[in-house]
Design a protein around this ligand. Structure first.
Ligand SMILES: CC(C)(COP(=O)(O)OP(=O)(O)OC[C@H]1O[C@@H](n2cnc3c(N)ncnc32)[C@H](O)[C@@H]1OP(=O)(O)O)[C@@H](O)C(=O)NCCC(=O)NCCS
Length: 154
């Protein structure tokens, strides 16, 4: 991800947040905070971000954060109209290459109903480690479980 990608990544993030189904963040998040977070990681080799483009258009993003408990933890998204074409797999392959070189395991949290994401992660060798019941409070008052998945590379 380059500095000039940040606005487009934010737009993608807003669109996926507006689906209110797949990622923890929902509409109304503080854009300035997310912008600063993205900017801080552009040159950060410990927290890399990857983007996917088709015909020059940015349509996917994956970032790795350092979670205080789980270590390197990824979040990813593909624009709705480009899903199911191998973009997510390509992004995840980049993240796995980074983790292999760095010698870190990779973790993530996924909602149980997110079958596409769980299928992708499982097909790439991620294992479901733990289910956290009633872990994520949603804007509509619902509370969803999350599943911790992890892949080790040693
Ligand atoms: C999850 C997501 C990133 C996957 O990206 P994608 O580009 O659609 O996935 P791909 O086309 O690379 O699919 C890779 C694999 O995922 C699985 N998969 C994809 N869509 C699926 C679906 N609808 N149901 C079940 N498995 C699915 C399959 O194993 C697939 O491999 P195959 O095509 O060889 O069968 C994308 O759906 C997305 O952005 N969703 C909204 C945001 C999100 O859920 N982020 C992750 C939060 S944990």
């Amino acid at each position: 991800m380059r500095v000039e990608d940040i606005d487009t990544v934010l737009e993608l993030f807003e669109a996926v947040a507006a689906e209110r189904r797949y990622i923890g963040t929902e509409p109304g998040f503080d854009r300035a905070v997310y912008r600063a977070r993205l900017a801080a990681r552009v040159d950060d080799r410990q927290r890399p971000s990857f983007v996917a483009r088709i015909d020059g258009r940015l349509i996917g993003h994956l970032s790795i954060s350092q979670h205080h408990e789980f270590g390197p933890t990824l979040g990813m998204m593909v624009a709705a109209e480009y899903r199911g074409r191998g973009v997510g797999r390509a992004l995840l392959q980049q993240a796995c290459a980074w983790a292999t070189a760095a010698g870190y395991p990779l973790s993530l949290l996924v909602f149980p109903h997110n079958h596409a994401a769980r299928g992708l992660y499982r097909s790439m060798g991620f294992l479901e480690v733990e289910r956290f019941e009633r872990d994520a409070v949603r804007a509509n008052g619902e509370v969803w479980d999350t599943i911790l998945m992890r892949k080790t590379f040693s």
